[in-house]
Design a protein around this ligand. Structure first.
Ligand code: ATP
Ligand code: MG
Length: 311
C-alpha cells in the first residue's frame, strides 16, 4: 500500500500553472526526495497534499484513505516542517514545541515525554528556555523541525529544512532525519540541494514546472539518462589520432583536448577510466593528473531539461 498517493494534481495560482497533472506515489518506510529548482512546485505539492491549499483537480490519498481538510485523524499521523520557519516569538523553545505537539497529543504526561524527546532529538537542550529571537538561523531551523515532529508522526514532510543553516546544523538535521526513518517514519524531503537528496533519499523525484521529469533511485536516474563519469587527464601533448580514437569509443560521448587537459564525458560503462588509459598507453602518451567524477543529479537534470538545477 502507498502511504502517499497523488494522482493528476492540478493547481493554478491565477494564470500560473504550479502543478500540471502531478503524480506521486510513496511507499511506507521510504525517504523520498523531491528535487526541483526554485519555483518548480515542491512546496505547492506538499501544501496541497496537506490540504493547506485548495487545488483545481486531482485526488490525494494518504495511508490508503482520501485526504480532505477535515481529516484530523489523518493529519495527526503526519508531521510538517514548513519551508518558512513558523514559530511563536513570545513562546520559549519548550513552549513552542509543546504548543504544536498539543495540537495532536492531549495527554499531559505523554506530551511532556514527546516534547523532551523532540528537544533532545534536535539538540536544543541548552536552549529550552530561550525565545526564538535569541536563536541563530540553524538553531531556529532545528526548533522548526522539533515543532513539526514532536508528536512522532508516521509520515513527515520536510520542506527545505536546511536552507541557510551552518554545516554543523545541517549535518545534525540530516542525521536526525535518517534516525527518524530508521525508527519507522516515512519521510518526504524537498530540496534543491542535490547533494543532500543524493545522500539521504532512497528514491528521488526530479520535478520542474509542476511536472515529474524523472523518478527512481539515485543509480537508476543516472542509468536512465545514460550518463557516466566525467574524466579529465593532464597530458602535455596529445596526438589528434589518439583523441579521435578516444572519441570513437562506444562509451565516450565527447573527447576534447585543450590547453594540456583532455576532457572526456562518458556514457554508462564499467571500464571508462581504464579504457581511456589503455588508449593513451597505446599512443605512448604519459598521463599526468587523472580526475574522474561520477555523474551527479545535476547532470541528470541538465540532460533532461538542458539547464542547471540552480539556474
Ligand atoms: N501564493 C502564491 N501566489 C502566486 N503564485 C505562487 C504562490 N506560491 C507559489 N507560486 C508560484 O507557483 C510556482 C511553484 O512555486 P512553489 O513555491 O511551489 O515552488 P518550490 O519548488 O517550492 O520553489 P522553492 O524551491 O523556491 O521553494 C512558482 O511559479 C511560484 O511563483
Ligand atoms: Mg518551496
Amino acid at each position: 500500500m502507498n502511504i502517499v498517493d497523488v494522482k493528476n494534481l492540478v493547481k493554478r495560482y491565477g494564470t500560473t500553472l504550479a502543478l500540471d497533472h502531478f503524480n506521486m506515489e510513496i511507499e511506507r518506510g521510504e525517504v523520498f526526495g523531491l528535487l526541483g529548482p526554485n519555483g518548480s512546485g515542491k512546496t505547492t505539492a506538499i501544501n496541497c497534499i496537506l490540504q493547506l491549499l485548495t487545488y483545481d483537480k486531482g485526488t490525494i490519498e494518504l495511508f490508503g484513505e482520501k485526504m480532505s481538510s477535515t481529516r484530523y485523524d489523518l493529519k495527526r499521523r503526519i508531521g510538517v516542517v514548513p519551508q518558512n520557519v513558523a514559530v511563536f516569538e513570545e513562546l520559549t523553545v519548550r513552549e513552542n514545541i509543546d504548543y504544536f505537539c498539543g495540537l495532536y497529543v492531549s495527554d499531559a504526561a505523554e506530551r511532556r515525554a514527546c516534547v523532551n524527546d523532540a528537544i533532545e532529538f534536535v539538540g536544543l537542550q541548552d536552549y529550552a528556555k530561550h525565545r526564538p529571537k535569541k536563536l541563530s538561523g540553524g538553531l531556529l531551523r532545528r526548533l522548526n523541525i522539533a515543532c513539526g515532529i514532536a508528536h512522532k508522526p508516521e509520515l513527515a514532510f520536510f520542506d527545505e529544512p536546511t536552507v541557510a543553516v551552518d554545516p554543523q546544523s545541517r549535518a545534525s538535521i540530516l542525521q536526525g532525519i535518517t534516525e527518524m526513518n530508521e525508527r519507522g517514519t516515512t519521510v518526504v524531503y524537498t530540496s534543491h540541494y542535490m547533494e543532500e537528496v543524493e545522500e539521504l533519499c532512497n528514491r528521488i523525484m526530479i520535478m520542474d514546472k509542476g511536472r515529474t521529469l524523472a523518478i527512481g533511485t539515485n543509480a537508476q536516474l543516472k542509468i536512465m539518462t545514460g550518463i557516466g563519469e566525467r574524466i579529465e587527464v593532464d597530458v602535455l601533448d596529445l596526438p589528434e589520432a589518439a583523441r579521435a580514437k578516444l572519441q570513437g569509443l562506444d562509451s565516450v560521448q565527447s573527447a576534447d583536448y585543450d590547453g594540456h587537459v583532455l576532457r572526456i564525458t562518458c556514457g554508462n560503462g564499467q571500464h571508462n577510466v581504464s579504457d581511456v588509459l589503455g588508449i593513451l598507453r597505446a599512443f605512448d602518451v604519459t598521463p599526468g593528473r587523472i580526475w574522474a567524477e561520477p555523474p551527479t543529479l545535476n547532470d541528470v537534470f541538465l540532460e533532461i531539461t538542458g539547464r542547471d538545477l540552480r539556474d
